[in-house]
Structure formats: structure tokens, C-alpha cells
Design a protein around this ligand. Structure first.
Ligand SMILES: NC(=O)c1ccc[n+]([C@@H]2O[C@H](COP(=O)([O-])OP(=O)(O)OC[C@H]3O[C@@H](n4cnc5c(N)ncnc54)[C@H](O)[C@@H]3O)[C@@H](O)[C@H]2O)c1
Length: 435
């Protein structure tokens, strides 16, 4: 958590008073015995990219543009063609900063280990999220600063591991930044700061959406095995993606958490299923979720998300308070209404993805490494928790969710081309057990 977020939460707690403090469960503190790793301003910072798909390529470009002396020097991916495509794109966009020799291009499930053994200072983790806890642990053990795409795990054991690894990163003085990108967008920072400062009074409910169409599907090529087809289409397998609520809709859930000061709910009830996207090629994920997050003092967070073709779309958040209302449509509207007066965000929109890396590299140069390791784990947990409640049809409390022993994804050391990880059948509420 950075200072701004910490202060926001502290202000929220101060503002909402002792009644909330007594009943709410605030995220635990992480010890801060950090040894500072100082980087001279003229030193070249070398970056390694693990997971060279769409987002990883974008993040690598933003990293190399964040600071005059940052070079991409190593790349790792499960598939060689992904590295080639990514490298070609990057060389076109920022040729002088891309210096990845053939010796520093690594392919396979163990490619991350080979990349971490090079002299990179910073790593970008952008594979499917099932691998994130293992990659995070290895990167922290190797002493690298980290930009980790969201989500950071797909199940509660993964979250628990990330919380441990985050503690270690903090104590080693390593930067750990997650890709919860809306937290870096000026419009949202300005808008949610007003909510946290009490402009709409005490928040009474939050409604948030992530309603989109269908996503991409990669048609199998003649030389792809069924396993390769699965890994290429990872978003449709819940052991790889966590389901679309964890992989995508987590952005809306993260905004809800932000607006509520990152305290966490008491219990969660949900429903969901798959109605439109039922073919075998779509693995075992749902195509819609509806969730009620019950926060302390009767504050409710309502989330709906869907990935269904031909339906209306909506991606936003609507926050009701005792003195007003805050409405956000992520790409356009940022409005606060209070006692008949309307505030609309005005200004020049920033590129949040670039701001992430600008702030990350500036923090490393300053010897004050950015750290949101705890918050990234809890925001991811909110989505995992919602999925558990939807899959099982049960109302689940915080401790139950965080201590769940449901293992969707195996330890990274077990994942290789010989692994036949059993695909769970599509969850059936009331029949699928909570474990
Ligand atoms: N913050 C955002 O706005 C945002 C946007 C898009 C994606 N994402 C996140 O970024 C991550 C990647 O998504 P994407 O859209 O780039 O997917 P993608 O499929 O385009 O890229 C994933 C890459 O990881 C590689 N890969 C798979 N398993 C691997 C392994 N074990 N080791 C190394 N490489 C492996 C794949 O071959 C692929 O090149 C996901 O967690 C996703 O949720 C975030």
C-alpha cells in the first residue's frame, strides 16, 4: 500500500468513526524492517519480461519509456513464437531500449528461473495468474524489483502464499507494484479521493459492474496438442485464470474496495453460471456472476459481471452516500452529486499504464520502492471469495474464504508438459462443495 492509499484508508476510518473501527476488520500490517536498495541515478536498470503476451508487451514498453536509462534485456515465455512477436513489436516502438540477445530469450515452464538467473534488476510478471504466486516467490528470492500484473493468484492458498512473499519483499526493500491500473489513473484518483474525504458523506452502498461481450479464442493449429490449445486459451480454464471474475472483473471489485478504504467485507453471497458460452472450447468458466459483499455497519457492495456476446455493456461504479452520490463509468463519466451541486472531473486524462511504470521506476531510483503487495493480494482475494460463493451457493465469511483449502492450481514446481491436471467440472451451486 502506498502512502496515498494508506492515508485514504486512515482518513476513511477516522471519518466513519469508532463504530466502524470496532466492527470492521482492517487489513493486518506488514512489518517494515527494510534494508534500502539504493540505485544510482545513472545506473542502467535492466528489465526482464516473464509472459510476453498482450499485457506483458505493453508493460515492457511502458517500463522502457518510464526512465531514460531502462533497458529490456531478457524475455521468458512458455512459447517461442510469443517472444518473437513481442520482441518485434517492442523493437518497432522503442528500438534503442530493447536489447534482448538470443541468449537471454527463454522458453518453457522453467523459463522464468533462467530469466531470474540473469542480471535483470526489475521483472514484469504477466503470465496467466495461476503462475503468479510461484513467480512472485522466485522473483523475491532472487532479489528483483517486481511489477506484477493482476490478479496475483487464483485460489486462497495462492493468496496466502502471496501475502507471505509480499512480507519478504517488503523486508528486503524490493519494489512490488501490481497492475490494478485504475489506481494510477488521475480521474479515478481525484474522484475516489473525494469519496474518501467524505464529500458524499458516509458510504451506504456501492454498485459496480464489469459487463462485456465475449473474449478471444485461439483456433487450434494443426501442430497444437490439446494441452497446448488449453494453455493458449488459458482464460477459459479456471485453474489457469481463476475464472473471468478473478481475471477481469476484479478491476471493478478493486475499485469498490478502494472507494471503501480497503477494509474488507464480513461475508459474501453470490450466484452465477454459464448460459451463453457453453461449448467445450470454453473450458469450465462461468459467463456471469452476481455478488453481494456485506461490509460492516450494513454497507453493501453489489457486483455484477458478464462475458456474453450480444448483451448491453457496462463497466463502472455507483456509490451512494448519506450526503450524495458518486458515479463512474470507467472511460467517461466521473461525477459527484451533493446537495444538488454537481462536480464533474475535468482535465487531461493520463495513461494509467505509463503512470504505473513512471511511479515504479521513480520509486526505485529514489530508494523508496513502491509497495502494494498486501493490497494486491486482498483485492484479488475479494474476487476469489466471490467466485467461491457463486460456485458453491454458500454465504462465506472472511476467515473461511481466506483459509479455504480449495486448490485450483498446483504448485508451480509441478507444472510441466507431462502434468495432467484434472479439469474440474463446471461448478453447480448447492452441489459443488466449499472446502
Ligand atoms: N491491468 C490490465 O489492464 C490488464 C490487461 C490485460 C491483461 N492483464 C493481465 O495480464 C496477464 C496476462 O494477460 P494477457 O492479456 O497479456 O494474456 P496473453 O495470453 O496475451 O499473454 C500471456 C503470456 O504468458 C505466456 N505464458 C503462459 N504460461 C506461461 C508460463 N508458465 N511461463 C511463461 N510464460 C507463460 C503465454 O504464452 C502468453 O504469451 C493476466 O493476468 C491478465 O489478467 C491485465
Amino acid at each position: 500500500m502506498n502512502n496515498e492509499q494508506y492515508n485514504s484508508r486512515r482518513d476513511f476510518v477516522k471519518k466513519t468513526g469508532a463504530a466502524v473501527l470496532a466492527s470492521s476488520i482492517v487489513l493486518p500490517n506488514i512489518s517494515t524492517g527494510k534494508e534500502k536498495i539504493q540505485v544510482g541515478n545513472s545506473d542502467t536498470l535492466k528489465v526482464g519480461l516473464i509472459g510476453c503476451g498482450g499485457r506483458g508487451t505493453g508493460a515492457a514498453l511502458q517500463a522502457t519509456k518510464a526512465d531514460p536509462n531502462v533497458h529490456l534485456t531478457a524475455m521468458a515465455d512458455l512459447f517461442g513464437d510469443q517472444i518473437i512477436a513481442s520482441l518485434n513489436n517492442l523493437k518497432q516502438e522503442n528500438p534503442t531500449k530493447i536489447q534482448v540477445s538470443p541468449d537471454n530469450q527463454f522458453v518453457g515452464f522453467d523459463a522464468f528461473q533462467k530469466l531470474l538467473a540473469t542480471d535483470v534488476d526489475v521483472v514484469i510478471l504477466a503470465t496467466p495468474p495461476s503462475f503468479r504466486p510461484g513467480h512472485l516467490e522466485a522473483a523475491v528470492d532472487a532479489g528483483k524489483h517486481i511489477f506484477s500484473e493482476k490478479p496475483v493468484a487464483v485460489d486462497a492458498p495462492g493468496i496466502r502464499k502471496v501475502l507471505e512473499v509480499a512480507k519478504k519483499a517488503k523486508s528486503k526493500g524490493l519494489a512490488l507494484m501490481s497492475g490494478f491500473c485504475w489506481r494510477f489513473e488521475t480521474r479515478k484518483r481525484d474522484t475516489f479521493k473525494r469519496v474518501l474525504d467524505g464529500k458524499i458523506g458516509d458510504v451506504t452502498s456501492v454498485y459496480n459492474t464489469y459487463n462485456t461481450g465475449g473474449l478471444w479464442y485461439k483456433e487450434p493449429k494443426a501442430n497444437w496438442s490439446p494441452k497446448e490449445t488449453m494453455y493458449r486459451n488459458w482464460i477459459y480454464y479456471n485453474w489457469l485464470s481463476g475464472d473471468h471474475i478473478v481475471e477481469q472483473a476484479v478491476h471493478s471489485i478493486d475499485m469498490m474496495s478502494w472507494a471503501l478504504g480497503d477494509i474488507h467485507p464480513v461475508q459474501v453471497t453470490a450466484t452465477g453460471g454459464r448460459q451463453s458460452r457453453v461449448q467445450e472450447q470454453y473450458g469450465n468458466v462461468y459467463d456471469h456472476f452476481s455478488i453481494i459483499y456485506e461490509y460492516p455497519n450494513g454497507v453493501n457492495g453489489y457486483h455484477i459481471s458478464r462475458q456474453q456476446q450480444g448483451c448491453s455493456r457496462d463497466y463502472g461504479i455507483d456509490i451512494m452516500g448519506t450526503k450524495g452520490r458518486c458515479e463512474v463509468d470507467v472511460s467517461s463519466l466521473h461525477r459527484i452529486t451533493r446537495k444538488g451541486k454537481v462536480w464533474n472531473w475535468e482535465g487531461e486524462k493520463n495513461n494509467m499504464y505509463q503512470t504505473e511504470h513512471d511511479e515504479l521506476f521513480a520509486s526505485i531510483r529514489a530508494g523508496e520502492p513502491f509497495f502494494d503487495g498486501q493490497q494486491m493480494a486482498y483485492s484479488t482475494m475479494l474476487a476469489v471469495w466471490g467466485r467461491m460463493a457463486a460456485y458453491t451457493g454458500q454465504t462465506i465469511k472472511f476467515d473461511e474464504a481466506l483459509n479455504s483449502n480449495e486448490i485450483l492450481s498446483p504448485d508451480i514446481s509441478k507444472v510441466n508438459w507431462d502434468l495432467d491436471w484434472p479439469l474440474k467440472e463446471v461448478a453447480k451451486p448447492g452441489i459443488t462443495k466449499f472446502v
